[in-house]
Ligand binder design. Structure first.
Ligand code: G16
Length: 539
């Protein structure tokens, strides 16, 4: 064992989901080591404990895993479970922690951000319930990182090519199949026979975007459910995601969108992101907004074996549309509104107060793990389609005719000047108190605030979680700064308008939301301040 002298970095504060930086930042001498030692110092129970370790296969994954294994041995970890070739999806890590009773897990990923030497890298820690470390833990790691002066490491390299047990000093390293336990969990939740039969007469396509879910998709959709090879796109993980950007949105998953909106489109299309926790779902010529997906899943969960007895409650992040709330009210179960970030669902799931939860950022999941789970959401849809015998479009239309439609869109202004972004937020925040009652473009503002969350389970409070402006018509806009970017600032404007069950559900989404977008721009001088004529991404 060696103790290496180091000096602190000042920028190791985890964001919405772990520490994300440019790969070149992580490649600096001692950068990863400082953060990992801070983690071992803060999470004392890892000494003598079990650590699950893996990543999404992006550039630098192998180097980081070898480093962490050596440091784990030097810091007294008893056992590391690491995915073969260093591969583990985020939901698989969450499941493995729970399944093996591990102390925690480390995921190496920058999620949907691009990879490669010029791209991004990231590290996040998940605690014993399988979920992202709460703010109390990430804050403590950050505090420690500011004063750290040495880290511990050991000699030894473990080849990750072969399954089996090896040792580094006193620590056991088990190289495990990244897919097996997770695939078994999925098979235990869903009606695989019904999905297999449905796939016998319907076509699907799944785009793994050269990211981590490729091997999972081959096993689950291909081998266990019998979807043909033609159903699987980009299923070989690559360190730079095939030169792409593993964010399953209309811009970066355009090949899938083109196919689903083209001639002879398959019945069902789906994709997931870099580390496999996000998902999108499409039907022939139709895209399901993530907020609608959560609401449809909540409304139809009882058709899926694992949720046959109904759901205890639903939670959504604040900017996610309120479609799921309407379903919860109809089911007579509670609905919770949490800040952006999966970690805020953990207490509600652990306490049994909710069964399903989701976010507008293409994340949906249930109490089977403590992370969002892309393949789970896709299997939910397949199981629902098989049970109902309807197309994706029919399921959506039926949903809107029952609960009303929440027209929804997110406008992202990416990599804008950080000061300009803060000024837009300050401009709106300064007006919040005066906004109620104001009228513009035929809409009247009913309320406006800065969102504060009071966790009903442990009483913790999270302030400044985004600015909300609500209208009498049931419309709303939300503005917040992203916590996952790695350069400049990303401003997110979330737009929502409600059309009741007997209303017109066939309007163009952007046209329906244009009034609210115009009001948001007027109140904040958004586009003028960030020097942009239009958002970088509209989803
Ligand atoms: C992460 C978090 C999500 C969050 C998303 C977007 O997802 O886990 O809870 O909704 O970032 O966050 P922001 O709006 O702050 O950029 P992922 O898939 O990137 O890990």
């Amino acid at each position: 064992m060696q103790t290496i002298t180091t000096t602190p970095f000042t920028d190791q504060k985890p964001g919405t989901s772990g520490l994300r930086k440019r790969t070149v930042v992580f490649a600096q001498e001692h950068y990863l080591e400082n953060f990992v030692q801070s983690l071992f110092d803060v999470v004392g129970e890892l000494r003598g404990g079990t650590l699950v370790l893996g990543g999404d296969g992006r550039f630098h994954n192998d180097v980081a895993i070898a480093t962490i294994i050596r440091m784990a041995a030097a810091n007294g970890v008893a056992r590391v479970l690491v995915g073969q070739h260093g591969i583990l999806s985020t939901p698989a890590v969450s499941h493995l922690i729970r399944h093996h009773g591990a102390t925690g897990g480390i995921v190496l990923s920058a999620s949907h951000n691009p990879g490669g030497p010029e791209g991004d890298f990231g590290i996040k820690y998940n605690v014993g319930n399988g979920g992202p470390a709460p703010t109390s833990v990430t804050d403590a790691i950050f505090e420690r990182s500011k004063v750290i002066d040495s880290y511990k490491t050991a000699e030894g390299d473990v080849p990750l090519t072969e399954l089996g047990e090896q040792s580094v000093g006193d620590m056991m390293v088990c190289v495990i199949d990244p897919v097996a336990d997770y695939a078994a969990l999925m098979e235990s939740l869903f009606d695989f026979d019904a999905i297999r039969n449905w796939l016998g007469t319907h076509a699907m396509v799944f785009d793994a975007m050269h990211a981590v879910t490729g091997p999972y998709a081959r096993e689950i959709f291909g081998r266990r459910l019998g979807a043909g090879e033609g159903a699987l796109m980009n299923c070989d993980p690559s360190p730079d995601f095939g030169g792409g950007h593993p964010d399953p949105n209309p811009v970066y998953a355009s090949a899938l969108f083109d196919r689903m909106f083209g001639e002879d489109a398959p019945d069902f299309g789906a994709a997931s992101d870099g580390d496999g926790d996000r998902n999108i779902v499409l039907g022939r010529g139709v895209y399901v907004s993530p907020s609608d997906s959560l609401a449809v899943i909540a409304a139809n969960a009882h058709l899926v074996p694992a949720y046959r007895d109904g759901i205890a409650g639903v939670a959504r992040s604040m900017p996610t549309s309120r479609a799921a709330d309407v379903v919860a009210a109809a089911l007579g179960v509670p609905a919770f509104e949490t800040p952006t970030g999966w970690k805020y669902f953990g207490n509600l799931l652990d306490a049994g107060r909710i069964t399903v939860c989701g976010e507008e950022s293409a994340g949906t999941s249930s109490d089977h793990v403590r992370e969002k789970d892309g393949l789970w959401a896709i299997l939910m849809w397949l199981n629902i389609l098989a049970a109902r015998g309807l197309t994706v479009t029919e399921v959506l239309h039926d949903h809107w005719a029952t609960y009303g439609r929440h027209y929804y869109s997110r406008h992202d202004y990416e990599e804008v000047d950080a000061n300009a972004a803060r000024s837009v937020m300050a401009t709106l925040e300064g007006q919040l108190a005066d906004l109620p009652g104001r009228e513009s473009h035929g809409e009247r503002i009913s309320a406006a605030d800065s969102f504060t969350y009071h966790d009903p389970v442990d009483g913790s409070v999270a302030q400044n979680q985004g600015l909300r402006v609500m209208f009498d018509s049931g419309a709303r806009f939300v503005m917040r700064l992203s916590g996952t970017g790695t350069s400049g600032a990303t401003l997110r404007l979330y737009l929502e308008a409600y059309e009741p069950a007997d209303g017109d559900h066939a309007q163009d989404v952007q046209a329906r939301l244009s009034r609210i977008a115009a009001i948001a721009d007027e109140l904040t001088a958004l586009r003028k301040t960030v020097f942009r004529d239009a958002p970088s991404v509209v989803s």
